[in-house]
Design a protein around this ligand. Structure first.
Ligand SMILES: Nc1ncnc2c1ncn2[C@@H]1O[C@H](COP(=O)(O)OP(=O)(O)OP(=O)(O)O)[C@@H](O)[C@H]1O
Length: 336
């Protein structure tokens, strides 16, 4: 089933990114399919941070890869992801744009990426300094003596220590590689930044620092889609939260109401928050379903304390009470 319009449009200005009915399926051997993302829809405006959260394997990174045209050859996409025109750059559908357009005008320039595995994205045979310099030359045109200063400034944005700039990627800890990759991603000042687990491997102080830098970047008029397991980082900087479960967005909420107020309305989203040590520290029972063998109805029903017969039919993302929720029981009292 497809939802023609996402029910909770961005409350800010007209969207920079409009995702509608985004689906990604992987063709597998024997004619099988893995439905990694199904019918995802959201808007993202300049100046806005949307946190995309959910358990491992629910499709968050695949969604980001789809927006960058970086899916492997066995992937099929449906839907649209319109990146609005800005200045001389026209509107582009990120799902259907050809590789030449994506490589020359989109990646790094209009859509930046903080990759999930930074060490794998850094060039192994070049120092961090040389990689920062190359991206600065390419994307900002800075040359000569100014380049050395620009490299140090780019590193400082993510607290990458200047006395480690001449290290090669294999000489970096996970946290340093993360900071180097984030520094590289911020250089192009792309209007849309996709940050896939940007705080992995960082201690709490650096998590906060990185999150705050990403927030500043957003406040300067860019849009940020932050994929994260770190709900504290999401709470710190997100304007809205999208919760993914088994490839679908099951709740799209204002961050204030999600983390405070009445809290999430979807039982899965509620379970994610309750699992936090600083909250109830109660794990969600069971495991997510296989994406190659999803039920026809609600994919969370098998783990859900509120499930009833109606959950055998698919719930549609429906707006109400400050969030959009795909749950037949969303209107019930949460503690009922
Ligand atoms: N090339 C592929 N072929 C088949 N299935 C794939 C392929 N790439 C990813 N998947 C599947 O798509 C699903 C979603 O993966 P994805 O990496 O997006 O999850 P995630 O939510 O980002 O998890 P994590 O937080 O662990 O990265 C997983 O079940 C994964 O196995």
């Amino acid at each position: 089933m497809t939802t023609p319009e996402p029910p909770a449009p961005s409350p800010l200005s007209s969207p920079l990114l409009s995702v509608r009915g985004l689906g990604v399926r992987f063709r597998m051997r024997g004619g099988r399919h893995v439905a990694a993302v199904t019918d995802a829809g959201f808007d993202l405006a300049a100046g806005e941070c949307l946190a995309l959260v959910g358990e491992s394997g629910c499709g968050k990174s695949v969604l980001a890869s789809a927006l960058l045209g970086l899916l492997p050859g066995n992937a099929q996409t449906t839907g649209s992801a319109l990146l609005a025109a800005r200045g001389p750059a026209g509107e582009v559908d990120l799902l259907t744009a050809d590789e030449r357009t994506l490589a020359r005008t989109v990646r790094g320039r209009r859509v930046g990426l903080v990759p999930q595995s930074p060490a794998a994205h850094l060039t192994p045979v070049r120092t961090v300094r040389s990689q920062l310099a190359e991206v600065l030359r390419e994307l900002t045109g800075v040359r000569g003596p100014a380049l050395a200063k620009a490299v140090e400034a780019a590193a400082a944005r993510t607290a990458y220590p200047s006395d480690h700039l001449d290290r090669y990627p294999h000489e970096l800890s996970g946290g340093l590689a993360q900071r180097a990759a984030t520094a590289l991603a911020l250089i192009g000042d792309a209007p849309l930044l996709l940050a896939d687990e940007p705080t992995t491997g960082l201690d709490r102080e650096l998590v906060d620092r990185t999150a705050d830098e990403l927030r500043r970047h957003t406040d300067d008029g860019r849009a940020l889609l932050m994929i994260t397991h770190d709900l504290a980082a999401a709470q710190r900087i997100a304007d809205r939260v999208a919760v993914m479960y088994a490839g679908r967005i099951v709740e799209l909420a204002d961050a204030d109401s999600f983390f405070g107020g009445d809290g999430p309305r979807h039982p899965y989203a509620r379970g994610l928050l309750d699992a936090l040590p600083e909250r109830e520290f109660t794990a969600i029972p069971g495991t997510p379903p296989e994406l190659g063998d999803l039920p026809d109805g609600c994919a969370f029903a098998a783990r859900c304390p509120r499930a009833t017969d109606i959950c055998a039919t698919l719930p549609v993302l429906t707006p109400g009470h400050g969030s959009s929720v795909a749950c037949h029981h969303a209107e019930e009292r949460v503690d009922a």
